[in-house]
Design a binder for this molecule. Structure first.
Ligand SMILES: [Zn+2]
Length: 116
């Protein structure tokens, strides 16, 4: 795993698992706030529109969180395989500063800014 020291493996394992717990909790929170929208007319047309809007925003963030969970899972696998922290594009080491904020990152900062 490049310049990453072996004792960092446990650090990133803990970090990824902690992040996965947080993301799972956020998904639970979003699911709890996404109430089914009543077709009841008493709710009024405008507030029904607002409710629908809010519902689609919540559903979008839920999808993003689920995607992040998937990426974190893959990061955990790369950690086991000794590939963690390597840029998939240029094969350079991803900076630790970046990995600490985004352990699921698969590209170094320069590749990520080129492709996005
Ligand atoms: Zn790169």
């Amino acid at each position: 795993m490049g310049q990453l020291q072996m004792n960092n493996e446990q650090f990133y394992k803990d970090l990824i698992q902690k992040t996965m717990d947080e993301v799972s909790q956020e998904i639970i929170n979003i699911k709890a706030t996404t109430k089914p929208i009543s077709p009841d007319n008493a709710i009024g047309r405008l507030s029904r529109m607002e409710a629908l809007n809010e519902k689609s925003i919540n559903e979008a963030s839920q999808r993003n969180l689920e995607m992040r969970l998937l990426l974190l899972n893959q990061a955990l696998k790369r950690l086991k395989d000794g590939e963690f922290g390597e840029c998939l594009i240029c094969e350079e080491d991803i900076s630790e500063k970046r990995l600490k904020v985004m352990p699921e990152a698969t590209q170094c900062i320069s590749c990520a800014s080129r492709t996005s």
